[in-house]
Design a protein around this ligand. Structure first.
Ligand code: GRF
Length: 223
């Protein structure tokens, strides 16, 4: 199955680019029908234009209420034939006016191992807190911010010398790997929801005994 995908973004759009590159490579069965930004100067819009992908800009400032902005998003996406929506650095909270029409068909990427560090400062929070394992999460979107059922997470090490930028860059590399993978699982109809649990049909199971520490254990604690 090929999914008719809409991408919502507000900024650089590197995740959108990673998705679009996999589509171009024939590795992700998606048709990116439309890229929408709420910011006219989002670099992601330029990326889309240069790839010949249709774009739209809907400024939230033109709408007095979140709901009317969301309704316009829905109208625009539907007009373009969009069935699934990927949020890729989209900096607006979506209300039921958006989520009800696209129920269960909206996914997001977040630069932390949720439920740790939701919100817009996740990279800085992880660096400042001194976590040893940071990461990213692709999840379904519900009405609470960075909250819906988790499809895939990736962990990266964090070091005492990290700041938001260095850690953010390490996380972003993994974002670009896991987001297209999650979308391809959806496109191949392998993703099922059981309450908060996401089942990915046929996915290999990481060994229950698998673990990773940062820093690495040293002898004799290695055995
Ligand atoms: C990413 O870190 C993503 O996880 C977060 O916003 C950032 C968007 O980056 N939601 P980009 O616009 O895809 O480069």
């Amino acid at each position: 199955m090929t999914i008719a995908l809409g991408v919502l973004l507000s900024g650089s759009g590197s995740n959108f680019q990673a998705i679009a590159d996999r589509v171009l490579a024939g590795e992700l069965d998606a048709d990116i029908c439309l890229v929408v930004s709420n910011k006219p100067d989002a670099y992601g819009l330029e990326r889309a234009r240069s790839m010949g992908i249709p774009t739209a800009c809907i400024s939230h400032r033109d709408f007095p209420e979140r709901e009317t902005f969301d309704q316009e998003l829905v109208r625009t996406l539907r007009e373009a034939g969009v069935q699934w929506v990927a949020l890729a650095g989209f900096m607006r909270i979506l209300t039921p006016a958006f989520l009800t029409p696209f129920a269960g068909r909206v996914v997001n990427i977040h630069p932390a191992l949720l439920p740790a560090c939701p919100g817009i400062h996740a990279q800085a929070q992880q660096a400042e807190y001194g976590v040893r394992l940071a990461g990213c999460t692709v999840h379904f979107v519900d009405e609470k911010m960075d909250h819906g059922p988790i499809i895939i997470q990736a962990a990266v090490p964090a070091f005492a010398t990290d700041n938001a930028d260095s850690l953010g860059a390490r996380i972003l590399e993994l974002e670009h790997r896991i987001y297209p993978q999650a979308l391809q699982w959806i496109a191949s109809n392998r993703v099922r929801l059981q309450g908060r649990q996401v089942i990915i049909d046929g996915a290999a199971r990481s060994a229950a005994s698998a673990w990773w520490t940062n820093p690495p254990l040293e002898p004799p604690f290695t055995t």
